[in-house]
Design a protein around this ligand. Structure first.
Ligand code: GLU
Length: 546
């Protein structure tokens, strides 16, 4: 077979040569050891938490080594494309401080190695498709969908392996004349790889996360170009990652099964094989067993879930570092308020089987992260969230930012800061009693106290209440009031024989607490009352007496 002739027949319009592209996209001028990595999403507009873990890994590997992180849009499957998807990806990653050094931008490109959208790179792919045909490593296949389905049926009947290979690869060894005939009749064709591998053979490969692997060689003549001339993922992956000079490919381990084919392709194309990091999926517990975090079943699979719920980006970052690198938690304990980017991330500590996603743990991490924020930062971040997701709350907070800062300063700072909430969406309820617009009585008064006594406690308290009282004056007043009305202040005696008493000072303060805040449990009541101010406190108590 005259492969050169075949190549010209299939690709009459290829203008550029290998040398042209090698020169256009030279090896990057980076310091020794600097890694080039990328995110390569299909433009579906959906970012799975697992994709985020991958890009986080890429980002750390690139930026910790002084290298480059870029964004490439894998839009070869037009059917899956969703309008505005690139914008969604870029914005949702930017929210988490993942900034690309180069690559696709919302409406164009930024960088010397573009275009960064695959459908704009067809010229490059065709140069190498043609080259493979010239070398006898690729050939056209004219099978229709029906013919392929028939091959599949026959394989099923014969209990053979599925796929286009060996005797099933019906266009692999056709003559030039047969091929020309089809082309002249305008028959559509795909370009297939001519595999020389055998499933009898194993190849050895070292993945940076999975370790040493022994993989079965690929014997399938996979499709390289679809009938519209657009490449499949496999072919585009080899060409793009070579010419964008990627050194580290971080991707999901669902690609491990086609890795032998990818290695074959890099070799056939005379491209240096990059380093691979195949990341296991995020798992969740479902009853007693583990399963993959699923886009269909778990709202937590979508990166947007976390922004909507109002997890600070710092919490997501800390949590993911916690599950990716087992030494992160110790580092965090020793560096409580340090920027998490100062932590030295390493793929060597990643679990080859994938990490377990646990929302309860995420919430603990987030409570901890928020507890170390200043009140000013809490309000700033909360306002940013509320402006997008809870307009009513935003207006309330924004009316008096200073007041909001004081609310969130309660219990902050010091050795044991309060850990009341994990997400911004919990804060409205948390601070509702500070705003008349949100205030309502949600808890009951202590059961032990009669309604007449509730009224007595509250009216007596109104008599002595002074908004200028400090903590100890405030408590002394509650104590003497308790004694006056027959409630003990001897908590020890009370605990031993509760039935001998009408009640204690604890119940008396709970009565005041419920009247003023609507709750049985809150942070320090005296501080809350100082913040609320005389008018609100008096009104609420009067309202409760009515
Ligand atoms: N477009 C591929 C995907 O979304 C990218 C895999 C890769 O990073 O190479 O799965």
């Amino acid at each position: 077979m005259d492969y050169k002739k075949l190549a010209n027949l299939l690709f009459p319009n290829v203008k550029y040569t290998r040398d042209y592209w090698e020169e256009k996209y030279p090896t990057r001028d980076l310091p020794e050891g600097a890694a080039v990595s990328r995110m390569a999403p299909s433009p579906t507009g959906f970012v799975h938490l697992g994709n985020f873990v991958q890009v986080l890994t890429s980002e750390r590997i690139a930026h910790q080594s002084g290298g480059v992180l870029y964004l490439r849009i894998e839009d070869t499957d037009a059917k899956r494309e969703v309008k505005g998807a690139v914008q969604t990806v870029i914005n949702s990653l930017k929210h988490y401080s993942i900034n690309f050094d180069e690559g696709a931008t919302i409406d164009g490109d930024n960088g010397e190695y573009g275009p960064y959208r695959q459908r704009q790179r067809v010229d490059i792919y065709h140069t190498f498709a043609k080259e493979l045909v010239e070398k006898g490593l690729a050939y056209p296949c004219f099978c229709t969908e029906e013919e392929l389905a028939e091959i599949h049926n026959m394989q099923e009947k014969e209990k053979a392996n599925f796929g286009y290979f060996g005797k099933w690869a019906v266009w692999r060894d056709r003559s030039m004349q047969e091929i020309e005939e089809q082309i002249n009749n305008g028959k559509p064709w795909v370009l297939r790889f001519r595999s020389t591998g055998s499933i009898e053979n194993k190849i050895k490969f070292t993945d940076l996360i999975k370790g040493n692997l022994e993989l079965t060689e690929n014997d399938i003549d996979h499709v390289l170009l679809k009938s519209d001339g657009v490449p499949t993922y496999h072919f585009a992956h080899a060409v793009d990652d070579h010419f964008m000079r990627t050194t580290h490919i971080v991707r999901g381990d669902e690609w491990l099964s086609t890795l032998p084919f990818h290695i074959q392709l890099f070799k056939s194309l005379d491209f240096k094989i990059p380093k691979y990091l195949h990341i296991g999926p995020l798992m969740v517990m479902d009853g007693d067993s583990k399963r993959k975090l699923s886009k269909r079943k778990d709202p937590q699979a979508a990166l947007t879930f976390y922004e909507e719920a109002g997890y600070p980006k710092e919490s997501i970052y800390d949590y993911l570092m916690t599950i990716l690198n087992s030494n992160f938690e110790d580092w965090r304990r020793a560096n409580k308020t340090a920027d998490a980017h100062e932590f030295k991330f390493t793929y060597k500590k990643m679990n080859p089987a994938g990490s377990l996603f646990d929302e309860a743990k995420l919430n603990d991490v987030s409570k901890n992260v928020i507890s170390l924020f200043s009140a000013e930062k809490v309000v700033e971040d909360l306002l940013e969230w509320a402006e997008k997701f809870d307009k009513e709350f935003f207006e309330l907070l924004n009316k008096d930012k200073e007041y909001a800062v004081k609310i969130f300063a309660i219990g902050r700072g010091g050795k044991k800061p309060r850990k009341d909430f994990a997400v911004w969406s919990e804060t409205k309820d948390y601070c509702s009693y500070f705003y008349d617009e949100l205030f309502k009585i949600t808890d009951n008064y202590p059961e032990k106290i009669s309604s007449q006594d509730i009224k007595n406690i509250l009216s007596e308290y109104l008599e002595v209440y002074d908004e200028n009282d400090d903590n100890s004056e405030w408590f002394n007043k509650v104590k003497s009031l308790s004694e006056k009305l027959g409630y003990t202040t001897d908590m020890k005696a009370y605990k031993q024989n509760p039935d001998e008493f009408k009640g204690s000072v604890a119940e008396v303060s709970t009565v005041i607490r419920v009247a003023v805040t609507g709750r049985q449990n809150t942070p320090d009541l005296c501080t809350i009352m100082q913040l609320l101010g005389k008018e609100r406190v008096v009104n609420r108590i009067k309202q409760a007496i009515k």
